[in-house]
Design a protein around this ligand. Structure first.
Ligand SMILES: Cc1cc2nc3c(=O)[nH]c(=O)nc-3n(C[C@H](O)[C@H](O)[C@H](O)COP(=O)(O)O)c2cc1C
Length: 169
């Protein structure tokens, strides 16, 4: 079985999860940034990771998912500034999954990732009180993803691989 781990990252949070997932794989494996991947031909399973930008997957990721995942076995891993149990997270995940319509999505991992100072300043200085409130939630995510989240990501990856192997037996 050949497995690809591919990701987009701006500040390293999603890469940290990508590296952890990659480490758990015992099969033939590759790790690459999404921008370096032409297509998913030749891979039996792809872990695809990205941050949430503006309540959705970033445009280039949506395009990649749209163009390349039809009939493919994939698993998504997503980082976002909000806490894992924040109400809107499930909407952002649904929208991301929508971009991979036609794929067989084995499972989805999501966790909080520290936001850049630039985004923090934008939220704190906004005139919108909802944004100021969001800044407080996001501030609590400093240092994320931490070791606990990394371990959860590894466990997720092992489960995905086990499921995939059970189908192909
Ligand atoms: C332009 C931009 C938009 C963002 N929008 C959201 C958002 O809508 N919701 C959220 O929870 N986090 C948002 N974030 C925070 C990132 O999703 C979070 O910090 C993520 O872990 C960054 O991953 P990375 O380090 O791999 O780039 C945004 C960050 C950026 C830079």
């Amino acid at each position: 079985m050949k497995v690809l781990v591919t990701y987009m990252t701006q500040t390293g949070n999603t890469k940290k999860i990508a590296d952890a997932i990659y480490d758990t794989i015992d099969d033939d494996k590759e790790i690459k940034e999404i921008k370096e991947v032409d297509n998913l031909e030749g891979y039996d399973l792809a872990f695809i990771g990205f941050p949430i930008h503006q309540f959705n997957a970033p445009d280039e990721v949506k395009k990649f998912l749209n163009n390349n995942t039809k009939n493919k076995d994939i698993a998504l891993f997503i980082t976002h500034g909000a806490p894992e149990d924040f109400g809107q997270v499930s909407d952002w995940i649904s929208k991301s999954k929508e971009a991979a319509k036609g794929a067989n999505i084995v499972d989805v991992f999501q966790c909080q990732g520290e936001v850049s100072q630039e985004i923090m300043d934008m939220l704190q200085n906004s005139d919108d009180p909802q944004m100021n409130q969001f800044a407080e939630l996001v501030a609590a995510g400093k240092g994320q993803p931490d070791e606990t989240k990394v371990e959860k990501a590894k466990s997720f990856a092992r489960d995905v691989i086990t499921q995939k192997k059970a189908w192909t037996k």
